[in-house]
Design a binder for this molecule. Structure first.
Ligand code: 2IT
Length: 444
């Protein structure tokens, strides 16, 4: 495989799509060696086929706001690769969403879903709609308008969307309600549903819980224990919430969380009712974290900065892509960080990853560490198909096993000279299953 040539082609064919190029570059650079040793992949032009999404839908979403004014947004669904199962992946509502964002996410999702051990292909969708500052009725009207178009392209055995940034249980409810009305069916076409209408227990917690289970495995692998470790999380959405709950439960101390206005450092730890208060801020104050320091005297608010300048043992970016750059990585290293685990998708820039790897810091990519979310989505699909629901113990045991298997796959393909390159391990392991399936399925 000529990585340089393929990347030049990808760049030429996808102008103005830096995120997609970043995601593809990371994968190709880390699977190059494996592909070179296995000529069947080149013979079958697997890489060239894998970097091209199966198809992309783009559509106009029009809706009426509370003032009676017509609004126009753009909606998308990227069906990236369905070699191993129906397209599966979230929907993101965020003003910065472009086709570039969703192509990078759909590409990542293909590898992530392969790692989960479940039969799910990769897809991603979303809109540039900004839910912040919108009333519940506006969000409902938008979700309904979005689904009137999206429903044509999805189905319980073809493409199963879920939530992502800006899309939680409420939005899934509004979208599922409209899908059900249009399609005249009650099936597992979306995951992350409410418990009363087909959702799986633990789906809201799954991404954060899975991330912490993964961190626990990484620490054990280097002879360390999560108990007593200080943790910096970024953001405080669904992902950071689950991570804060599980990290605390396992004996770590979460000292940082962040919002668009800055970050909180609380030496006493952010646990219990403080986590409930964060959720309140999330719902009522558009994620700002400053009021947290007014309410809790042990907490300091640092305006306009990122939590990566704090001295912590473990850093877990939980917000959005490229939220941790090389400068941040250098600060973490200088402060003695022991482990960095992406829980957001592509949370670190390529330069940040290189800094961490150069310093031999244990680093995990989002596609491995945050796969617990989509894995429990896969379990929700299974429960829906069987028309039953499992207990929290059953779902948690399966989630734990999946995170353990993903960790083992990363170690299998990423360990060399006493250091585990989790990026390489995740990419190679994710690649093999999809690539081999594509070969077995023929050129079609
Ligand atoms: O990035 C992700 O894995 C998700 N947003 C969850 C996707 C899913 O289908 O549950």
């Amino acid at each position: 495989m000529d990585v340089k040539k393929i990347l030049a082609d990808v760049e030429a064919k996808n102008p103005g799509q830096p995120l997609f190029l970043q995601a593809v570059t990371e994968v190709l650079e880390t699977i190059e060696e494996y592909v070179a040793k296995n000529p069947k992949y080149d013979d079958n032009k697997i890489i060239e086929r894998m970097v091209e999404p199966d198809r992309i839908f783009q559509f106009r979403v029009e809706w009426v706001d509370d003032k009676g004014e017509i609004q126009v947004n753009r909606g998308y669904r990227v069906q990236f690769n369905n070699a191993i199962g129906p397209y599966k992946g979230g929907i993101r509502f965020h003003p910065a969403v472009t086709v570039d964002t969703l192509k990078f996410l759909g590409f990542e999702q293909t590898f992530k879903n392969s790692l989960t051990t479940l039969p799910m292909g990769g897809g991603k969708g979303g809109s540039d709609f900004n839910p912040q500052g919108k009333s519940a009725n506006e969000v409902m009207r938008f979700c309904q308008a979005f689904m009137t178009e999206l429903f044509k392209y999805i189905g319980p055995d073809t493409d199963v969307p879920a939530g992502d940034i800006g899309v939680g249980g409420r939005e899934i409810g509004f979208m599922y309600g409209m899908y059900k009305k249009l399609a005249c069916e009650n099936t597992g076409v979306l995951t992350g549903k409410g418990r009363n209408w087909g959702g799986s227990i633990l789906r809201p917690e799954a991404t954060g819980f899975g991330g912490v289970y993964f961190v626990d495995h990484m620490l054990k692998k280097i002879g360390k224990d999560i108990k007593g470790k200080t943790v910096a999380l970024s953001g405080f959405g669904n992902v950071a919430w689950g991570a804060a709950l599980k990290a605390t439960e396992l004996g770590a101390k979460v000292v940082c969380i962040s919002g668009p206005d800055g970050y909180i450092y609380d030496e006493a730890g952010i646990a219990g009712e403080k986590i409930d208060y964060m959720n309140e801020l999330l719902q009522t104050r558009n994620n700002v974290v400053a009021p947290f320091a007014t309410k809790y005297p042990t907490a300091k608010f640092i305006a306009g900065q990122k939590p990566w300048e704090a001295k912590v043992d473990i850093a877990m970016p939980c917000a959005i892509q490229n939220e941790l750059n090389a400068e941040d990585a250098k600060k973490l290293i200088a402060n003695g960080v022991q482990l960095v685990c992406e829980v957001s998708n592509m949370g670190c820039t390529a330069d940040a990853i290189h800094e961490l790897q150069k310093a031999k810091i244990s680093f995990a990519p989002g596609k491995a560490a945050n796969a617990g979310g989509v894995a429990v989505s896969g379990l929700e699909m299974t429960q829906n198909a069987a028309h039953l629901g499992w207990t929290p113990e059953e779902v948690d045991a399966k989630l734990k096993q999946i995170m353990s298997d993903i960790h083992a796959s990363c170690v299998k393909y990423g360990e060399a000279n006493g250091y585990i390159n989790y990026v390489k391990g995740a990419n190679v392991a994710g690649f093999i299953k999809v690539a081999d399936s594509m070969i077995e399925l023929g050129v079609c």
